[in-house]
Design a protein around this ligand. Sequence first.
Ligand SMILES: *Cc1c(COP(=O)(O)O)cnc(C)c1O
Ligand SMILES: [Zn+2]
Length: 436
Amino acid sequence: MTALSVLKCIECGHEHQIDEPVYVCSRCSGLLDVVHDLERLRPSISRETFDGRLRQVEAPYNSGVWRFKELVFPAVADDQIVTRGEGNTTLYRAPAKLAAWVGSRALSLKHEGENPTGSFKDRGMTGGVTHAKLVGATSALCASTGNTSASMASYCALADLQALVFFPYGNIAAGKLAQSVAYGALNVQVRGDFDACLELVRQASRQLGIYLLNSVNPFRLEGQKTIAFEILQQRRWRVPDWIVLPGGNLGNTSAFGKGLSELYTLGIIDRLPRIAVIQAEGAAPFYQSYREGFATRHQSKAQTLATAIKIGNPASYFKARRTLSLTDGVVESVTDQEILDAKAMVDTSGIGCEPASAASVAGIRKLIAAGVIGADQEVVGVLTGHVLKDPEIIMHYHQGTLAGIQSSFANQLRTIDPTLSDVQSLLSRSHAPSAL
Ligand SMILES: *Cc1c(COP(=O)(O)O)cnc(C)c1O
Ligand SMILES: [Zn+2]
C-alpha cells in the first residue's frame, strides 16, 4: 500500500518519502509540502471526529494539534508523539474599548501566546520533533529570533534530543533567551542577523547531518496549520471573513493556506476566509513584492523593534504567495509606532501580547481605516506570543525611553513615601483611580 503522506516539491512535483530527512527538494531545491492522501483519509475525517476529541483528557488527543491528527501526521503511532498538550488556546471576543480603537464591531483574537512555551511555535515543534525522533535524529538545530529556540529547547529536552540554537547577536528578547538557557539547549550567539543565522543553519544541517527545525521543515507547518483549524472549531465551523496574522519568515502564512485548502477540499468548511499578512515597515520584503504583483522577490536588511518578525529574506516566500492567491489575501505593513500603540491597547485590555503579535491588531486597524476590511466583517487576529516574552520593551515604552517612539498610552510607575497623605495626594491627581 502506498504511504498516507509523502513529501512533494512545490516547484517540480518531485516526491520523497516522509522518513527521509530532507527539507528541500533534492532535484531543484524547492520547498516541500507534506501531502496527505485526502481521498483515503476522507472517511476518518469529520467535524464530529474533531469535536468528539474535545472531551479527551489524555495525550495525544488532548492536544489542540493532535486532535486533528489525520491532517497533521496520520501515519504516526500515538505513543511516538512528542507533545506538551499544546494548542487549546483562547479565542477572545475583543473587549469593547479595544474593538472600538481598532474600529471593528466583530473582532476576535486567537491567543497563541497561551501555548506551553508562550508562542505558536509549540504547535510546529510537536510535529517537527516527533518527526525528528522517527527518523532517528539525536540532535536538532535552528536559527531563531527567540521563540523557535524556546520551543525547540523545550521539546528537544522532552524527547531527549540535543538542541543547538543559533541567535543573531544581541537581538533576543530576555524572556525568550532565558527559556532556551533554562531548557538546556546549546546556545550560540552568531555575529550576524537572523538571515545570516538561517543560512548558516542550512549549511550546517546539510554538511553535518543535524536535524533542521526551522519552518522550512514541512512537519512544523503541519502542526502550525492547526491554529486555523482550532479557530474554525471554536467558531463552530463558521468561517470568518478575515484571518489576520503577522508575517516574518512566513511559515504561518504558508501553513494557514495549506490547512484551509485541505478543510475546504474535504468539505469541512464551505468557503475560505481571506488572509491578511502584516509586516513591520522596516522588515517588509513580502509587502514590497505584493505591491508589485509579486514580480520580484525582495530582500532587505531588517529593522524593527518587533524582533520576532525582524526577517529580511522570508524562507517560505513561495508557499506564502500560494496562500495569498488561494485566499484572495492581502499584505499590509505597519510602523513600529503603530505596533507598539496596538500592543499597549491589547495589553491594557487585559489580554496582552508580545510586540510582533500586535502587528496583527495594528494591521487590522489600518485595513479597516482604508476600507479593505469592513467594520462589520468578522475578523480573527492572531496573537502569536505571550506578553512576558519581551518585558524590557514594555517598561521602556511606558517610561518613554524608546528612541523614536512616542509612548501614546504610557502607564507610569508612581513612587510615594509610606504615608496616607501621599496616597491621598496621589489619588486626587487627575489620572489616578477614583475612590471606591
Ligand atoms: C515566529 C513568530 C512570528 C512570525 O511567524 P512566521 O511564521 O515566521 O511568519 C510572529 N510572531 C511571533 C511571536 C513569532 O514567534
Ligand atoms: Zn523540486
